[in-house]
Design a protein around this ligand. Structure first.
Ligand code: MN
Length: 712
C-alpha cells in the first residue's frame, strides 16, 4: 500500500504513521482515498506553516491521526485532513464535493461554520448555552469529533503563541470543548483537553502540581510495580485473563479535587491508581472479590458503575483499598469493551459498526449510542439528565446572539420578531426592522444558529397582526394577541359609543340627556360593570344599539320611532371593528349598508351585494351607513377584463392601471378561450371616481374588449 505513494511523501509529516494506523481497520481502497486527500491538502496548504514553523499539513494529519485512533470512518478521516482547506486556501467546497464526495464536503463545511462563531462571554451560564449552540449547529456528530481533535492538536502545539491568546484559548477549551467531550463520553479527549487547558490557564499551579506529581511518581514507581505484580499473580492464580495497569494521574482532576474538596496535595497525590481490564462482566466481579481478599476495602468507596452506568455510558467497578503500609489504592475494574467505550464514547459506535454501513447515517449512530445509554440507565434517577443529553444532541431549539454577545435560545424556525419579544415584550411591540449579522432583513426572516440579531425599534410603533402568521414562540404570539385585543377593545368602545348615541338621537335623545343615574340603573339591569363594557359589546355587534337605546329611555320595543334613522358615518379610520366585505369590495361613493356581525363589529357591504338577501332576514342587525365626504385611505376593489389573447396584454393592462396611480394586489386568470382571456384584478383605489377613471382608461385600450365591476 505505502509503496504506491510518491517517494517524497512516503514518510512525510506523519502520513506514514497515519496510514499504518488506518490499515488496521480500513480497507485498501479507502486508504487510497486518504492518501489522495493528503496529497490534495498538502498541495493546497503548500507554503503555509504553523506557528511552530512546521509545514501546515502536519496539523490536519495530526487531527486525522487522533480520529484514526478512535477508528472513525474514512469520510471523517478525509474531512480531518481537509478541515482547513476551505477556510485557509483557494480550495472550495465544490472542489471537495467533486473529488471526495458531498459527505466529506458537508463535514468540512460544518467544521468551518463552527469556527466562525466566537465565544465572547465568561459567564458560566453562557458557556452552557454556547455548548448547546455548538451542538445545535452540527447536523453530523462527526463534525464535532473533527472539531475536538482539531482543538486538541491546537492546544498541543500552542507553546509558540502569545500568552494572552494561550489563556483565551485555554479558557474556551475548559469552558466549552472539554465539557462537550465529556458529554459525548470521549474520556481520552476530555482528559487531554483539560490538562492542556489547565496548563495554559494556570501555568504556575500547573507547574507546582506537575512537579509534585513527578516527584511522587518517582518514589512510587517501585510500589506500583510491586502491587501490579501482586494483582497480576492473584488473577493468574484464579485463571482469569486480564491486564493490570498502573494508572496515570490526570492533573486537572487532581487540581479540582484539591480546590473543590479542600484536600491537601499529599492527600490527593499519594493515592495509587490501578486499572484491571478483563474479558467479561463475570470476571469483573470475580476480580473485585479477589482484590477485596487481597487488601482491605475502604468502607463506602465501592461504586458499581456496571450495574448503574454514568449518563455518558461509562461503565466500570471502582473500589479503594488499604494497600501496603495503609496506602490508599484506587482500583478500576472493567471489560475491554467498557474500556473502549470509556475512552471514546459516542465514537465507539463507529468502531464496531464500521463494516455495516447500510443503516448508518451519522445521526442514526448517535441515536443508537443514546438509546444504548438509555438501556443502560434503566429506571434510574438520572433519566432527567439523560433527557438533557438527548435534547442537546437533537435540539428543537436554535441559539442566537444578542448584539452584546448574550445567547438567546429560541424555538426552531423562530423569526426576528420572536427574538425581539424574547429580549423584552416592549422591544417586540415596538420593533420595526431587524438586522442579522449587521444586514437588514425582513422581519419574517427565520433565524439560524450562531447568528447575531439586532432589533431596530421606533417610538410609537405597534405590533402588526400579520406577524401572527409567522411567529413561532408562545411569548411573541401571546404578546401580539394581547396587543390586538386591547386595540380592538378601544376601537369597539369608540364605535359602540357612536352607535348608541346615534340610536338615541333617532329617539330624540342623546347620551348626555340620559345622565349618569339612569345609565347606572341600566348597567345594573344588564349585569354590566361600566359604560365601557356596554360600548364594547355594542361596537362588537354583540348587543344592538337601537334596542339598548329604547331600554335606556324606558320605551317598549314596539314604540314607533320619531324620525328616519340617521346614518352612521364611516370615515375608514375605525380600525378593526369596521371591516369591508370581500364579496363586494365597497369603496367610498358606493351605496353601502353595515351588518353587525357578532364579535367582529360592523362589516360594510355594497347595497347591490348578493349577500344582502340573506342578511335582510335579520333587519335588526343591519344599520344604515354612509361615507364621510373625504375618506383618506385606500380600499380594495375588484374589476374584471375581457382581453384579446395576445402576448403582453396582461402587462399592458397592468401598466395602464399603474399609470392611474393604483396598485395591483392580485391578478387571477378566470378563463381563457381561443381568442379571449378573462382576467380579474384586485386593486387599491381611493374611491369611486378613482376607480371609474381606471376602468375608462383600461376600456380604451386596443386589446381590451370589456371591463366591468360586479353589480356596479
Ligand atoms: Mn485546524
Amino acid at each position: 500500500m505505502l509503496s504506491k505513494l510518491p517517494p517524497a511523501l512516503g514518510g512525510d509529516n506523519g502520513l506514514r504513521a497515519l496510514l499504518t494506523d488506518l490499515e488496521s481497520y480500513l480497507p485498501p481502497k479507502q486508504i487510497d482515498t486518504v492518501a489522495r486527500a493528503y496529497q490534495f491538502g498538502a498541495d493546497a496548504h503548500d507554503g503555509q506553516t504553523r506557528k511552530t514553523g512546521e509545514p501546515y499539513i502536519t496539523h490536519p494529519v495530526a487531527v486525522a491521526q487522533q480520529l484514526g485512533r478512535m477508528h472513525l470512518d474514512v469520510e471523517a478521516i478525509v474531512a480531518a485532513l481537509l478541515h482547513d482547506v476551505v477556510e485557509d486556501t483557494d480550495a472550495t467546497l465544490e472542489d471537495l464535493t467533486e473529488r471526495f464526495g458531498a459527505e466529506v464536503a458537508a463535514l468540512v463545511d460544518g467544521v468551518s461554520k463552527l469556527d466562525q462563531i466566537q465565544f465572547r462571554s465568561r459567564a458560566e451560564a453562557q458557556a452552557e448555552s454556547f455548548r448547546k449552540m455548538m451542538l445545535a449547529m452540527i447536523e453530523d456528530i462527526r463534525v464535532i469529533l473533527v472539531k475536538l481533535a482539531d482543538r486538541l492538536h491546537n492546544m498541543q502545539t500552542m507553546s509558540a503563541m502569545p500568552t494572552e491568546k494561550q489563556r483565551r484559548i485555554a479558557r474556551e477549551t475548559l469552558d466549552i470543548y472539554a465539557p462537550i467531550a465529556n458529554r459525548l463520553g470521549i474520556n481520552s479527549m476530555k482528559v487531554d483537553l483539560e490538562d492542556l487547558g489547565f496548563r495554559y490557564l494556570y501555568p504556575m499551579r500547573y507547574r507546582v502540581l506537575d512537579k509534585a506529581l513527578r516527584r511522587s511518581k518517582g518514589s512510587q514507581r517501585q510500589i506500583v510495580r510491586k502491587i501490579s505484580e501482586e494483582l497480576g499473580r492473584a488473577l493468574a492464580s484464579e485463571g482469569i485473563a486480564g491486564d493490570v495497569i498502573g494508572r496515570e494521574k490526570h492533573l486537572y482532576s487532581i487540581y479540582r479535587k484539591m480546590s473543590e474538596k479542600k484536600r491537601t496535595l499529599s492527600d490527593v497525590v499519594d493515592v495509587y491508581g490501578f486499572r484491571i481490564i478483563v474479558d467479561d462482566v463475570t470476571s469483573c466481579y470475580q476480580v473485585l472479590g479477589l482484590v477485596h481478599g487481597l487488601y482491605k476495602p475502604m468502607p463506602g468507596r465501592f461504586k458499581d458503575y456496571i450495574a448503574i452506568p454514568r449518563v455518558n455510558g461509562y461503565q466500570s467497578l471502582h473500589t479503594t483499598l488499604f494497600g501496603p503500609k495503609g496506602l490508599p489504592l484506587e482500583v478500576q475494574i472493567r471489560t475491554r469493551e467498557m474500556d473502549r467505550v470509556a475512552e471514546s464514547g459516542v465514537a465507539s459506535h463507529w468502531q464496531y459498526k464500521a463494516e455495516d454501513r447500510a443503516d448508518a447515517t451519522p445521526q442514526r449512530r448517535a441515536r443508537e449510542w443514546l438509546s444504548k445509554l438509555e438501556e443502560l440507565q434503566a429506571e434510574d434517577s438520572s433519566e432527567e439528565f439523560l433527557e438533557t443529553v438527548k435534547v442537546d444532541l437533537f435540539p428543537d431549539k436554535i441559539y442566537v446572539f444578542t448584539p452584546k454577545g448574550d445567547i438567546m435560545p429560541l424555538p426552531k424556525g423562530a423569526t426576528t420578531v420572536d427574538f425581539a419579544y424574547a429580549v423584552h415584550t416592549d422591544i417586540g411591540d415596538r420593533c420595526v426592522a431587524a438586522k442579522i449579522d449587521r444586514t437588514l432583513v425582513p422581519l419574517r426572516t427565520a433565524l439560524e444558529n450562531g447568528q447575531t440579531v439586532e432589533i431596530v425599534t421606533a417610538r410609537g410603533a405597534k405590533p402588526n397582526p400579520n406577524w401572527l402568521t409567522f411567529v413561532r414562540s408562545a411569548k411573541a404570539r401571546t404578546a401580539i394577541r394581547h396587543h390586538m385585543r386591547n386595540l380592538r377593545s378601544n376601537e369597539s368602545i369608540d364605535l359602540g359609543k357612536r352607535l348608541l348615541d346615534r340610536s338615541l338621537k333617532d329617539l330624540n335623545s342623546s347620551l348626555r340627556k340620559i345622565g349618569k343615574v339612569r345609565m347606572k340603573e341600566a348597567l345594573d339591569e344588564l349585569g354590566l360593570n361600566n359604560t365601557s363594557e356596554l360600548f364594547e359589546q355594542l361596537g362588537l355587534g354583540e348587543r344592538l344599539a337601537p334596542l339598548t337605546a329604547r331600554m335606556l329611555l324606558g320605551k317598549s320595543e314596539n314604540s314607533a320611532e320619531n324620525s328616519e334613522p340617521a346614518n352612521l358615518v364611516i370615515a375608514g379610520t375605525e380600525g378593526m371593528v369596521v371591516s369591508y366585505a370581500k364579496c363586494c369590495y365597497p369603496i367610498p361613493g358606493d351605496a353601502v349598508m353595515g351588518y353587525l356581525s357578532s364579535g367582529r363589529g360592523i362589516v360594510i357591504h355594497r347595497t347591490c351585494c348578493g349577500n344582502l338577501i340573506n342578511f335582510r332576514k335579520q333587519p335588526e342587525k343591519w344599520i344604515a351607513v354612509s361615507w364621510e365626504p373625504e375618506v383618506k385611505r385606500e380600499f380594495h376593489s375588484q374589476i374584471q377584463t375581457d382581453t384579446q389573447n395576445k402576448p403582453g396584454v396582461l402587462a399592458e393592462v397592468a401598466a395602464t392601471i399603474g399609470d392611474c396611480g393604483s396598485n395591483i394586489e392580485q391578478v387571477e386568470v378566470l378563463g381563457r378561450h381561443d381568442d379571449c382571456s378573462v382576467l380579474s384584478f384586485l386593486l387599491l383605489v381611493r374611491d369611486r371616481t378613482h376607480l371609474a377613471r381606471i376602468m375608462r382608461n383600461v376600456r380604451n385600450m386596443p386589446n381590451v374588449i370589456r371591463v366591468n365591476r360586479d353589480c356596479a
